[in-house]
Design a protein around this ligand. Structure first.
Ligand code: LAN
Length: 683
């Protein structure tokens, strides 16, 4: 029992006596852990009824912000400069560079941007010796990826001639063209809108004396003698993450040619069009914007369009949503918040725990009220012109102000409400709203049976080969994802079994979803996740989705998935997957077991009917033992990811996932092992 978990999921019958004993002996410990975790989680609820942790991780956002402030001549207070300076200094690593996320491999992208930002904040070059050296050792700033060159061009530290063209005219292509940027994944598309506007006008702030000094430090030759055009495609080998294939080479040649022949009249039409897209985004998100990068770049567009104008002022004020202090350190969040997502999970964990107490009941109903009022209820007219799908009925990842609905956020909101109302006592979100959520989800299913993140798949898969970002992977096409599909299946199945909806359409949607999930299983039984690390996350979602969709837990696909999971369990009963899994696309063991991954694995085992196995029992014990006395869990390594290369921190994962997993496990063990048997072995 205390060695490596050796049981294989295929030996399904007969529960070894020893396991029952073990279960029985840890159940009281688990009871205490659950009680404490509930108290702790309830204590973290915000005044708004949501759970709203700081959502940070990517190291490129703060330096971009500093550059954008400089480009728009935005004055920062002394305190702001100190906070930015302190936060940026912390990101440099022992090798002198800065990684996309702390602890990752240092990259030219983040190292260059950080160097520039710190210099703009008046850090003297002597203080940045190791960053400077790192940049030099990796080929100098001409080897920085395109987005870094673009940001440096905004302040006159680089020349737009050294940046690959970002053609505004692409937005004038007919809608049916497969390469129309309106078909790209919304995050990429919304970043390219302001980029194309800024590039199209080659805007930049005339270099300040500070920038002139940085030029001297970073350029090996005088500005006038740099052969800018020759550096457009240069990239440090360590930053080559997105493969540059033949198709992209051809496309780049075409873009360069098109840029050379651009016609003034058409350009200004294209720029007008882009400004309209930005204004729609401003109106629909109240200037918060879809994501952090387009929020910053839209602000710059307003600055150069009408310096100090009202749109600029609104956009500047809206950026505050992204900036938050986290234990004394300033962070630029990866999204305006992760509130709805965290609230939906926290509620599901609390519902699974089913602990009484007036404080808990109030917390749950306040949480549900937050969910209720965060659903998108109104459609801003004109969306189709701006490549927006209908949003009404969906739930966003963060809050209503942001308002871009996401498939799995909608699914988790619906599930949270149904899980709470299944307990009885508390009314969930109103039925009408839940039905609207279900309809929205149904409308978002892809032809392949899966669900993507924000929109139905709009572009063929080969468009992915045109990825120009160099450092982010899978950013071009919003394809079907294991996680989004599994969440939607679970929500639809829950809606059906609660009697909320019943239609042939729902049955069909679920079974097509199941087929898609099944098609995503790897030969070793695992499923790859895209938004969490990585095979543990994907397998948890996929197995939960398959089971909810009606696949039996004796099904060979489930058995194979569990076989994979159990083989990764560590000797202390935990799971720990290294972020390196995401880029390498193979399971990499972390240095240490992680409570978040252990919780995902335990939920998977439990739902598949393996709660009584040694593997599950050891996992439950690990989770109970790792808990702090206040009911929370110590910080650990990365669990969230995007674009395969960047990590992001969901601060509350480690507080509600163990609670959820232990609670489901406890329920299953109690249901599975009649009381008498437990008392029997106890006595
Ligand atoms: C997110 C955060 C939430 C996440 C989930 C809902 C968890 C996921 O299941 C679907 C995808 C989604 C919505 C998601 C997509 C990518 C985001 C928006 C992020 C990871 C947060 C930050 C990231 C965004 C792309 C960062 C900006 C960087 C660029 C390269 C544009």
């Amino acid at each position: 029992l205390h060695g490596r978990a050796a049981d294989q999921p295929t030996e399904n019958s007969g529960r070894p006596e020893a396991v029952t004993l073990e279960e029985a002996s840890i159940l009281p410990v688990v009871d205490v852990a659950i009680e404490r975790a509930v108290d702790h989680l309830v204590g973290l609820q915000s005044d708004a009824g949501s759970w709203n942790p700081v959502y940070s991780g990517p190291n490129f956002l703060l330096p971009m912000y500093v550059i954008v402030c400089h480009a728009s001549s935005t004055e920062l207070t002394r305190q702001q400069r100190l906070d930015l300076h302190g936060a940026l200094l912390r990101t440099s690593q022992p090798d002198g560079g800065v990684a996309l996320y702390s602890g990752g491999p240092s990259r030219m992208f983040t190292t260059t941007l950080t160097y520039v930002a710190l210099r703009l904040l008046d850090e003297p070059p002597e203080g940045l010796h190791s960053l400077h050296q790192w940049i030099g050792a990796h080929g100098g700033i001409h080897q920085a990826p395109m987005w870094a060159k673009f940001f440096m061009s905004l302040i006159g530290l680089y020349d737009y001639r050294g940046v690959e063209p970002i053609l505004p005219e692409l937005w004038l292509l007919p809608r049916w063209a497969p390469v129309h940027p309106g078909r790209f994944w919304c995050h990429t598309r919304q970043v390219y809108v302001p980029m194309a506007w800024l590039y199209g006008r080659r805007v930049s702030r005339p270099p300040t004396p500070q920038v002139l000094a940085i030029r001297d430090e970073l350029l090996e030759r005088p500005w006038e003698s740099v052969e800018w055009l020759s550096y457009r495609a240069s990239l440090a080998t360590g930053d080559v993450l997105a493969p540059h294939g033949v198709l992209l080479t051809i496309a780049t040649k075409a873009l360069r040619a098109a840029e050379r022949c651009s016609i003034g009249r058409i350009r200004s039409r294209a720029l007008d069009r882009l400004l309209q897209h930005i204004r729609y985004e401003d109106a629909s998100t109240d200037y918060v914007a879809l994501g952090p990068i387009n929020a910053m770049l839209n602000l710059l567009v307003h600055h150069f369009d009408e310096p100090g104008g009202p749109e600029f002022e609104r956009a500047l004020e809206a950026l505050d949503a992204y900036l938050r202090m986290n234990s004394g350190v300033l962070e630029f969040q990866g999204y305006n918040s992760s509130e709805l997502w965290d609230t939906a999970f926290a509620l599901q964990a609390l519902a699974a725990a089913d602990e009484g107490g007036p404080g808990v009941a109030t917390a749950i109903s306040r949480g549900l009220e937050y969910v209720e009022r965060t659903q998108v209820r109104e459609e801003l007219p004109g969306g189709a012109k701006h490549f927006r799908d209908p949003a009404r009925g969906g739930w966003p990842f963060s809050n209503l102000r942001h308002g871009w609905p996401v498939t799995d956020c909608t699914a988790e909101a619906v599930r949270a409400s149904l899980a709470v109302s299944a307990l009885g006592g508390t009314e969930g979100v109103t039925e009408e709203r839940l039905r609207d959520g279900v309809s929205w989800m149904l409308s978002m299913q892809n032809r392949d049976g899966g669900w993507s993140t924000y929109e139905q798949t709009r572009a063929p898969r080969w468009i992915e080969k045109l990825n120009p970002t160099q450092v982010f992977l899978n950013v071009m096409v919003d394809r079907s994802f294991v996680e989004c599909t599994a969440s939607c299946i679970q929500a639809l199945a829950a809606a059906r079994s609660s009697g909320l909806v019943y239609s042939r359409g729902v049955d069909e949607a679920i079974s097509r979803g199941v087929d898609f999930l099944a098609s995503q299983q790897w030969a070793d039984g695992s499923f790859e996740g895209a938004w969490g690390v990585c095979f543990t996350y994907g397998t948890w979602f996929a197995v939960s989705g398959l089971l909810a969709g009606g696949v039996s837990n004796a099904d060979v696909r489930i058995e194979r998935a569990l076989g994979f999971l159990v083989a990764q369990q560590r000797s202390d009963g935990s799971w720990g997957e290294d972020p390196g899994s995401c880029v390498r696309r193979t399971y990499v063991q972390a240095q240490q077991g992680q409570v978040v991954m252990t919780s995902w694995a335990l939920l998977t085992l439990t739902r598949a009917g393996h709660s009584s196995r040694t593997a599950a029992t050891l996992a439950a014990r690990f989770l109970a033992e790792k808990q702090r006395s206040d009911g929370g869990y110590p910080a650990e390594s990365w669990a969230g990811v995007f674009c395969r290369t960047s990590m992001i921190n969901n601060e509350l994962y480690r507080h509600y996932f163990p609670l959820w997993a232990l609670s489901e496990w406890r329920l299953a063990v109690r249901a599975d092992a009649p009381r008498s048997r437990i008392t029997e072995v106890n006595t």
